[in-house]
Design a protein around this ligand. Structure first.
Ligand code: HEC
Ligand code: HEC
Length: 484
């Protein structure tokens, strides 16, 4: 009875595996195909993932993706200044900033020279603006942008700003302490080996004002700007203004009894406006979006950024800092220090008609408190490069009018000075012609790109220059990611 089944067994075994050699091969092939397909799909998904989230990849892959797509492999969270509505003081400050009736001519306000549509820099490409009682007097220096000054510290020499509050020391003392100290070289991305014993902080090209409040009085009474003869005349104009009632409310009724107090509070309000209004520090550039992983740089921009940060090549970031601080403060593209670059003289400036006149920055003549510190002659504040492409005038004497000219200066100053400076009748190149010979040793020849020698190959090619300019344009605020 059991037989049939028993008998069937042996024959069933081969039957079960019958589809046999052919089928096995086919299913094996199918299996291999599946595995391959999965591998390819997995690969595609992994690559897509890496492309979308390069920051989640190991460094090597992240950088490879950065090269390929321009996405930031190491995004950060930026700590922007808090956005809040303007205080009442800042609002009245804004009114004053835009009020031409505070000038002697009745035609010029702060905003005439510091145009909101031009990053609070000049509205035109003139080296200097006209001002004065009849709007006919030329200024001495180009108008700087007022953007990104909110973190500017008071003027000092050397690194010990903290100590200055505790025990006030004179700038002379600081300077003599700095005297024997070897100047630390500035290399992009490398912390200096020694603290920088150089002038830093302060407002204006030469750092002669310490706070926005101090600063605002400058243009009010500068004879070639708003040209009020004295504080009393600024006060008289404020008394006539439509916001004098608001000033009384904010600063108390006594404020109208004392012209010095009135003007001092008014300048405080103008300072508050610049400090509080986000328009002065919005950190809304494409580069900020890239830092946060929300934008991709083009190949040109990315190459420009790499050169900008390359300590042996362009080394721009050696002075125009490009990295967020460890706690996420966005970079303002200046180390807020002073340097002598030896920019060529601008023959178009009225004061330069006098061959004996030299604007030497920190050591004068527009400031006189540190005139004896001749080691700082020729030094000017490193300006921010944020929104720099919106400017039509560059450097402390406005000698250049486009970024290509600026780049040629950095590239060729040492290797081909004949292309940068004029020559005398005998054909001799007048290198560093905007600084008296005895101070020319102050000029930076240590930091790249200025470390090249006469006749060397210039550090940047034409393409490098184009790409660095493309990168600088990513520093313009108001970037809108495409599709939004
Ligand atoms: C006639 C044009 C003109 C007017 C009007 C003017 N400024 Fe300026 N401003 C300049 C120039 C030029 C400089 C640079 C001067 C220097 O470095 O010596 C400057 C510098 C500044 C700075 C320093 C910026 C920096 O990078 O250190 C601030 C802040 C400033 N102005 C605010 C104001 C305010 C506030 C007003 C109105 C009360 C005003 N300016 C009116 C031309 C003007
Ligand atoms: C050693 C420090 C240092 C290095 C390196 C440096 N800069 Fe500057 N930069 C300055 C100083 C200081 C000024 C102002 C000089 C003056 O007006 O006399 C300046 C001015 C500028 C200006 C004019 C801005 C304005 O508002 O007028 C531009 C643009 C600029 N630099 C771009 C660059 C680029 C691009 C590089 C790299 C190729 C670079 N800088 C490298 C210190 C430096």
């Amino acid at each position: 009875m059991n037989h049939p089944s028993n008998a069937a067994l042996p024959s069933q075994i081969p039957t079960g595996s019958d589809p046999s050699p052919g089928m096995t091969k086919r299913s094996l092939r199918r299996l291999i195909l599946w595995i391959l397909l999965c591998a390819v799909l997995g690969g595609v998904v992994a690559v897509a993932y890496a492309l979308i989230y390069p920051e989640r990849m190991p460094d090597v892959i992240g950088e490879w993706v950065e090269d390929l797509t321009g996405a930031n492999a190491h995004p950060v969270v930026l700590m922007r200044p808090p956005v809040a509505p303007l205080s009442a003081v800042a609002m009245v400050g804004q009114q004053m900033f835009n009020d031409p009736s505070l000038s002697a001519s009745g035609k010029q306000s702060c905003a005439s020279c510091h145009s909101a549509a031009h990053a609070f820099g000049p509205p035109n490409n003139l080296a200097v603006q006209l001002g004065g009682p009849h709007m006919a007097d030329a200024g001495y220096r180009p108008v700087p942008s007022l953007d990104y000054l909110y973190r500017q510290a008071p003027f000092s020499i050397g690194p010990d700003q903290g100590d200055m509050d505790a025990a006030p020391v004179t700038l002379d003392t600081l300077a003599s302490a700095a005297q024997g100290v070897q100047r630390a070289q500035k290399n992009a991305g490398v912390a200096p080996v020694a603290p920088a014993m150089v002038p830093q902080g302060g407002f204006f090209w030469d750092g002669r004002a310490n706070t926005l409040q101090d600063q605002a009085l400058g243009p009010m009474t500068n004879p070639v700007e708003m040209a009020n003869p004295n504080i009393a005349s600024v006060a008289a104009k404020l008394m006539q203004s439509k916001y004098i009632g608001t000033l009384k409310q904010l600063f108390g009724p006594r404020v109208v009894l004392d012209p010095n107090l009135l003007v001092s509070e008014a300048m405080f309000a103008i300072g508050r406006y610049q400090f509080e209004d986000q328009a002065f520090h919005s950190f809304s550039s494409k580069y900020d979006a890239w830092l946060e992983g929300h934008a991709r740089l083009t190949q040109a921009e990315l190459h420009g950024l790499r050169l900008f940060n390359d300590k042996d090549k362009a080394n721009c970031a050696g002075c125009h800092l490009s990295q967020p601080s460890p706690d996420g403060l966005p970079p303002v593209f200046t180390d807020t220090q002073y340097e002598a670059l030896g920019v060529p003289r601008n023959p178009a400036l009225a004061q330069n008609k006098d061959p004996k006149f030299y604007d030497m920055g920190v050591c004068g003549p527009f400031r006189s408190d540190v005139a004896n510190l001749t080691q700082y002659c020729g030094m000017f504040l490193t300006p921010t490069l944020r929104n720099v492409s919106t400017r039509g005038v560059f450097f402390h004497n406005g000698v250049y009018h486009n970024l290509k000219q600026v780049m040629d200066f950095y590239n060729l100053r040492n290797t081909n000075p004949e292309k940068i400076y004029p020559h005398d009748a005998s054909g001799k190149v007048l290198k560093y012609d905007d600084l008296p010979a005895k101070y020319q040793a102050n000029i930076d020849v240590a930091d790249a790109p200025f470390d090249r020698k006469f006749g060397d190959k210039p550090v940047m090619s034409d393409r490098d220059i184009d790409d660095i300019i493309a990168f600088m344009k990513t520093l313009d605020d108001g970037y809108k990611p495409s599709g939004s």
